[in-house]
Write a protein that binds this ligand. Structure first.
Ligand SMILES: Cc1cc2nc3c(=O)[nH]c(=O)nc-3n(C[C@H](O)[C@H](O)[C@H](O)COP(=O)(O)OP(=O)(O)OC[C@H]3O[C@@H](n4cnc5c(N)ncnc54)[C@H](O)[C@@H]3O)c2cc1C
Length: 419
């Protein structure tokens, strides 16, 4: 028996536990993995100086909750070079953000919502760089343009300040370690390797049933914070008894889980330097190849390749993609493939699509479902509280700050009900 059980120890769960325990609640976190952080997954590179980010990497925008944590944690921060190249031919695109914004600004809130694909097809005057715009929505939003709500894209572009990006010097994992330390110091219990199977609930009385190495264990609390990823909710991997109310179920059905494939390569030397003018070139947006967006890390010869949306969903074999990606790099840099292969020290990735504890990368809004995140934010009988990136403001969906924001929001909401 405890005051609040939090399910999931990603950014949302840890932020909620931190804030709740600060307010004096006894909190227990149940996490299925053997590590904390969820879709934040920072691992060391060979020289251990620049970490590999297999999940979240960038701090987007100016969201005050994230920056408040960053300040309190004393993290070093580096701004990301906002330069964009388009291939082929390899040329710099200075109008990258403005051509995107102009296209998305054409979405009309006064007409019924439609998919972004339909919006592009029915637009009277075609968007300049339509290919680039589609690539961006598939890549950045991890979305299928045939499913994503065009209204949600416009709303996000109005609120977001997408072009502002930074990195934590010690990686996003440092934020998780800091939240963990604060939470533990405030008495939060964290159970790893504890996979929740069922949530049996009545008003102010919840039994959470979990699997620990094949044995069943039960926690009881008057309130539960559920930060299970949208993909896990969609897969019905956790049973709700009784079933969730129709409103919450319609939020689960109305949102989509997007996919991305992200491969991180570490090299002995920056063989691309001569072609792109610098070791750190910003971003390359490629019309061809298995990975459509590439970026560099400023302090080490590390390149990250990324593809999102339907193309990512189709990829099951990361090893095959890594091999083809090296050919892509030799084309970009105009150096022999052998040079790229010789320079490569190692590459890493995590298959988020095949991961049963995420079932995809991050969420987006389906057509006609702009109110879905808001529906998630409604407490159920003052007893079940949903948090996680998929419950944040539309502009913050699919981000770490959306997850942190949702954790802080849910903690306030539980406190209002309970203390
Ligand atoms: C490849 C990739 C790159 C990304 N890049 C960025 C980026 O650059 N910037 C950015 O802001 N965001 C990025 N994101 C998105 C960001 O990582 C997520 O939005 C955020 O981390 C989600 O946090 P969360 O707490 O909502 O969910 P999660 O981190 O997924 O936490 C949920 C937790 O629940 C656990 N869980 C699942 N099932 C169970 C169960 N049955 N029982 C108990 N526990 C369970 C999971 O293991 C997980 O730890 C990226 C995501 C991916 C996949």
């Amino acid at each position: 028996m405890t005051d609040v059980v939090v399910i999931g120890a990603g950014a949302a769960g840890l932020a909620a536990a931190h804030k709740l325990s600060q307010a004096g609640a006894r909190v227990e976190i149940l996490e299925a993995r053997t590590r904390l952080g969820g879709r934040i997954h920072t691992v060391p590179s060979t020289d251990r100086f620049v970490p590999f980010e297999l999940g979240a990497e960038f701090v987007h925008g100016t969201n005050h909750i994230t920056w408040d944590f960053v300040r309190k944690g004393g993290f070093g921060v580096r701004k990301v070079l906002d330069e964009h190249w388009v291939y082929p031919p390899m040329c710099k695109q200075s109008e990258f953000w403005s051509s995107l914004e102009t296209c998305i600004a054409g979405v009309n809130f006064n007409t019924p919502d439609k998919s972004f694909d339909q919006f592009l097809r029915e637009r009277p005057s075609p968007c300049a760089d339509e290919g680039l715009v589609r690539l961006f929505v598939e890549g950045f939003d991890a979305a299928d343009t045939r499913k994503i709500s065009s209204h949600s894209l416009k709303k996000a572009s109005e609120d977001e300040g997408q072009d502002s990006k930074a990195r934590l010097e010690r990686g996003e994992g440092a934020l998780i370690v800091w939240l963990e330390t604060c939470s533990r110091n405030q008495g939060v219990g964290i159970q790893l390797n504890t996979r929740v199977r069922a949530i049996r609930w009545h008003a102010h009385d919840v039994e959470v049933v979990a699997d620990i190495n094949g044995s069943e264990a039960t926690w009881r609390a008057p309130q539960v914070v559920i930060t299970l990823p949208l993909g896990v909710l969609k897969a019905n991997a956790v049973a709700f008894e009784p079933a969730l109310p129709t409103e919450t179920q319609s939020a689960i059905d109305g949102m989509e889980m997007g996919n991305v494939v992200k491969l991180v390569f570490e090299f002995d030397e920056a063989f691309w330097k001569h072609r792109l003018g610098a070791k750190n070139f910003g971003f390359i947006h490629s019309q061809f190849g298995p990975l459509r967006t590439w970026w560099s890390r400023p302090l080490a010869p590390i390149l990250v390749g990324w593809v999102g949306g339907p193309q990512a969903t189709e990829i099951t074999d990361h090893i095959g993609v890594a091999e083809r990606a090296l050919k892509q790099l030799s084309d970009f840099a105009e150096v022999p493939l052998a040079t790229v292969k010789t320079a490569m020290r190692q590459w890493r990735s995590h298959n988020w699509t095949a991961d049963p504890l995420s079932e995809g990368a991050y969420s987006y809004v389906g057509v006609g479902n702009m109110d879905a995140p808001e529906k998630f934010r409604q407490p159920i009988d003052d007893t079940l509280f949903f948090a996680g990136e998929h419950t944040s403001d539309i502009a913050n969906l699919g981000t770490v700050h959306g997850a942190l924001q949702s954790g802080v929001r849910v903690a306030e909401s539980v406190r209002e009900m309970a203390f």
